[in-house]
Design a protein around this ligand. Sequence first.
Ligand SMILES: Cc1cc2nc3c(=O)[nH]c(=O)nc-3n(C[C@H](O)[C@H](O)[C@H](O)COP(=O)(O)OP(=O)(O)OC[C@H]3O[C@@H](n4cnc5c(N)ncnc54)[C@H](O)[C@@H]3O)c2cc1C
Length: 293
Amino acid sequence: MAHISDLLAAGRTCSFEFFPPKTDEAARALEQTIAELAPLDPSFVSVTYGAGGSTRERTRDVVINIERNLGITAMAHLTCVGHTRAQLDSLLDEYKAAGVSNILALAGDPILDDDGVVADSDFEFAMELVELIKEKGDFSIGVAAHPEGHPRSEDLYSDRRHLADKLNVADFAITQFFFEAEPYLRLVEGLSAFGCTKPVLPGIMPVTNAAQVVRFAQLAGAEFPPHLADRFDAIADDGDAVRALGVELASELCQRLLDEGAPGLHFYTLNRSTATREIAANLGLGDASPAGA
Ligand SMILES: Cc1cc2nc3c(=O)[nH]c(=O)nc-3n(C[C@H](O)[C@H](O)[C@H](O)COP(=O)(O)OP(=O)(O)OC[C@H]3O[C@@H](n4cnc5c(N)ncnc54)[C@H](O)[C@@H]3O)c2cc1C
């Protein structure tokens, strides 16, 4: 399938992120979601990977199934912490044999053993996985970026420097979600100060449930700005109004990012299509030229 680096070189991309379903019912729901999003003509979709390998086979099977049966370019997320080199080698070989050519190379969160001690691992940082994949050849490699700094970072400067190092070898980055354009714009500016101009796709998470997003944001090191939290608090009892405000704010954010020159939009769908489709409609996406390329 297409290399995402080539798609990015050709114009703006529009992409959707899914997680691998655990049950047959969830698998059917994901199929339905993908069918509902297909008219938006995604440039690619991506499928998450459970840290430590908990979804190893499921992620692989969903990625291969999407490419083979739906003809949509699919990127496999892959984490390295808690893995041996041999485990990752063999999974990458399986992807290569299946024709999957896009990998999002991640560290993953530290894996603790039964005594709460960090388990042995051949890998510590995503950069080591990026290098392993590069050695294999034939893959387009994405990495994670954190506009407001990774929660484990000592400071923003060193986080940006490590990201620039990863991007020197990898092809593009996708960001953690954020709620206002400024952190993203500062990230791109910070990377260019290190001489790094590789594409950085903004990750968009529409708010459909304010309490859930506050929890996700705390885990991801993203600030849910108080003035936005106040607007959601004021309508907290009205689920439909919360969803409508979430779609309105995400649409405004996407438009600003596109106006500022973002190379595309990557939507965290949580395996549902409605909010993403509404944002796409607000932006006028959905024909053969996604994101107005
Ligand atoms: C778009 C996206 C998709 C994701 N998908 C998944 C998924 O599918 N599954 C999953 O489990 N997790 C996923 N994550 C979460 C990610 O695995 C975690 O944030 C993880 O804690 C860090 O991963 P990383 O790849 O950013 O790590 P790294 O790039 O290794 O960075 C981790 C921390 O180490 C620092 N660092 C990096 N290199 C060095 C160095 N040489 N010396 C010292 N410090 C260094 C960084 O500044 C940062 O603070 C995703 C995140 C994003 C943004």
